[in-house]
Design a protein around this ligand. Structure first.
Ligand code: ADP
Length: 246
């Protein structure tokens, strides 16, 4: 569960990426966030594990108020996986070593157990034959699938995806979306994805949110928000995005 109560965030340059945001995402929901560049989508994701602080309001993650100073942020962060546009794999470690690292360091897994788990995850993202490749020996799509497996290795209850396909060549996008689709279809895990992949939103999202200027302007089912948005900005945006995707 993720709850935002009157959350405001302002940068020093007076830019307001979160302008009194209220939001309640229940456990297991798959939510796609879309909107123009600069709308505040990335900031909305980044404040959940407090990679960015907020200026006002409260954020509750699985019952813990992450905006209260006494909360054990490391414990909350261990429950939240994050996949970024850039894959951020350790270049000097192989695919399997990248996946084994956090479970050994943070969860105290033995090397054997971490390796067994990592192998299962590599199979899940279709890369069992690339376990010993270094990132430089993997395509962008493969690197992103390893990055997803690395996040899953911590067995998170919540996964946050920040434009995970936008740095990929067009022909590599689908293999990453397929992994995300299978995760969404398995159910149980809360997924919040900043993405303009309308097909993904239409097929697997429970809910689509449209943001502009730090505010949530639309929040509803994929067909409501994508096909019949109410706000003028959302209508303009959807007509451009849907046009490009068709
Ligand atoms: P989006 O993900 O929708 O493109 P962001 O959340 O990345 O939007 O950014 C929202 C706004 O905040 C943008 O105008 C961006 O330039 C600004 N911004 C983001 N990070 C910082 C920062 N660290 N300092 C100042 N401004 C920032």
């Amino acid at each position: 569960m993720i709850k935002f109560i009157n959350v405001c965030k302002k940068f020093k340059n007076d830019c307001i990426p979160l302008d009194n945001v209220n939001l309640h995402i229940t456990q297991g929901q798959v939510v796609v966030i879309c909107g123009p560049s600069g709308a505040g989508k990335s900031t909305l994701l980044r404040v959940i594990p407090q990679l960015e602080s907020v200026d006002h309001g409260e954020i509750i993650v699985d019952g813990f108020s992450v905006t209260k100073s006494r909360t054990d942020l490391m414990a909350v962060r261990a429950e939240v996986g994050m996949v970024f546009q850039q894959f951020n794999l350790f270049p000097h470690k192989t695919a399997i070593q990248n996946i084994m690292l956090a479970p050994m360091k943070v969860r105290g897994f033995s090397r054997k157990k971490a390796r067994e788990n990592a192998m299962i995850l590599l199979e899940r993202v279709g890369l069992e034959n690339k376990a010993d490749n270094y990132p430089v020996q993997l395509s962008g799509g493969e690197q992103q699938r390893v990055a997803i497996a690395r996040s899953l290795a911590m067995e998170p209850r919540i996964m946050l995806f920040d434009e995970p396909t936008s740095a990929l060549d067009p022909e590599l996008i689908q293999e990453v979306l397929d992994v995300m689709i299978s995760l969404a279809k398995e159910g149980g895990m809360t997924m919040v994805c900043v993405s303009h992949e309308i097909g993904f939103a239409k097929n697997v999202a429970d809910r689509v949110i449209f943001m502009d200027n730090g505010a949530i302007l639309e929040d509803g089912t994929p067909s409501d928000v994508l096909l019949s948005p109410q706000h003028r900005r959302a209508k303009e945006f959807m007509s451009n995005v849907l046009h490009v995707n068709n």
